[in-house]
Design a protein around this ligand. Structure first.
Ligand SMILES: Nc1nc2c(ncn2[C@@H]2O[C@H](COP(=O)(O)OP(=O)(O)OP(=O)(O)O)[C@@H](O)[C@H]2O)c(=O)[nH]1
Ligand SMILES: [Zn+2]
Length: 327
């Protein structure tokens, strides 16, 4: 690759640190920054890790990212300011491994949240229950996770003892991108090292007393394995809020969403109304009350946050107008 006169190349964003980007191109990592037009246009379509971009190559300094190419498999997370706005996190992800350790990190509710976010982003959720060596009854957890949704498969592994990691090989096909999501200390880096067969990520040591991990992963990073699989490791996330995720929630609980449409009255509150399909399913044991409550609580959290987001953008517009009018 030579220095070019505006010639464009296609690469993939492998890391982002503040305004510094790294592009993966033909096995090399190239430092890059965004072309000024990204900022001029005030676009919120800034590249994220996993995005394919076109760029102008500069062999002696930063290359210039010109545009973001079309993508699918986009994962979002709520912004840090908790304004109900979802931010893009990673792009072009085929499978998302929801990594949860089989100790107090395990949460049915949180896994359902992750699954909704993953399905909303058109990626396929796979729950990886780590540290199976610390749990005597992991079969129960696999069944419980798979009962959340028929779109979810779960595997119990111990990367430390090499148990169950082979089961995950079925997802590892050349050209596939896998994103690892999960709390800090859940074992993402250890799993990545097991896939790579060598220590490519530093792992954090868990404090013995409370088995929480210290934060080690500082930014999202795409790593290409020798088998042609790309892995994106994300920093540990404990909370995952719902906003603009209704499609993902309905997709996760598609049987419930379908049942609600079968009630006799279209505005059925599933309370005392006759011909209520939801109540009938609960009474017959086809639908568990806990799962139904979870679906309702995620949906109402989503609606609340979405309304908040609209409210905030109304304030932001009004504030901009005041500023404009005062000049
Ligand atoms: N017992 C046991 N411990 C494990 C296993 N996998 C990982 N650990 C330990 O859990 C701790 C945290 O693992 P990491 O791989 O660093 O966790 P992480 O998810 O990458 O954490 P962040 O980088 O903070 O997001 C380390 O001390 C690992 O040795 C396992 O299968 N069994
Ligand atoms: Zn009903």
């Amino acid at each position: 690759m030579n220095n070019t006169n505006g010639e464009l190349f296609k690469g993939r964003i492998s890391a982002i640190h503040k305004n510094n980007y790294t592009i993966r191109y033909e096995g090399k990592d190239i430092p890059a920054r965004l072309k000024g037009s990204f900022y001029d246009l005030m676009t919120d379509w800034f590249p994220v890790v996993g995005d394919y971009v076109s760029f102008e190559y500069n062999p002696i300094g930063d290359s210039l990212i010109v545009s973001v190419l079309e993508c699918s498999g986009l994962l979002q997370r709520p912004d840090q300011a908790k304004t109900g706005v979802m931010q893009y996190m990673v792009a072009n992800v085929d499978y998302t491994f929801i990594v949860t350790s089989l100790n107090e990190d395990y949460s049915y509710n949180r896994i359902a949240r992750y699954v909704s976010v993953v399905l909303q982003g058109h990626s396929i959720p796979v729950v990886v229950l780590t540290k199976a060596d610390l749990c005597s009854n992991y079969g129960r957890y696999i069944r419980e996770v798979e009962s959340i949704s028929d779109k979810v498969r779960a595997h119990a592994i111990s990367a430390l003892y090499g148990i169950g990691v082979d089961e995950l090989q079925e997802y590892m096909r050349p050209g596939i991108t896998i994103c690892l999501m999960g709390s800090s200390g859940s074992g993402k880096s250890t799993l990545l090292n097991a896939f790579a067969g060598e220590e490519i990520m530093r792992t954090s040591s868990v404090r013995e007393s409370d088995s929480t991990g210290r934060h080690t992963t500082t930014y999202r990073q795409l790593i290409e394995l020798n088998n042609g699989v790309s892995i994106i490791d994300t920093p540990g996330m404990r909370e995952i809020g719902m906003a603009n995720t209704q499609l993902g929630i309905d997709n996760t609980f598609s049987d419930i969403a379908k049942l609600e449409k079968q009630c006799k009255f279209s505005d059925c509150q599933h309370d005392t109304e006759p011909g209520c399909a939801v109540k009938a399913a609960i009474e017959s044991g086809d639908l568990s009350v806990d799962r139904y409550i979870l679906y309702k609580s995620l949906s109402s959290e989503n609606t609340r946050n979405y309304a908040k987001k609209k409210e905030i953008s109304k304030w932001a517009k009004a504030a901009k107008k005041i500023k404009r009018d005062s000049f």
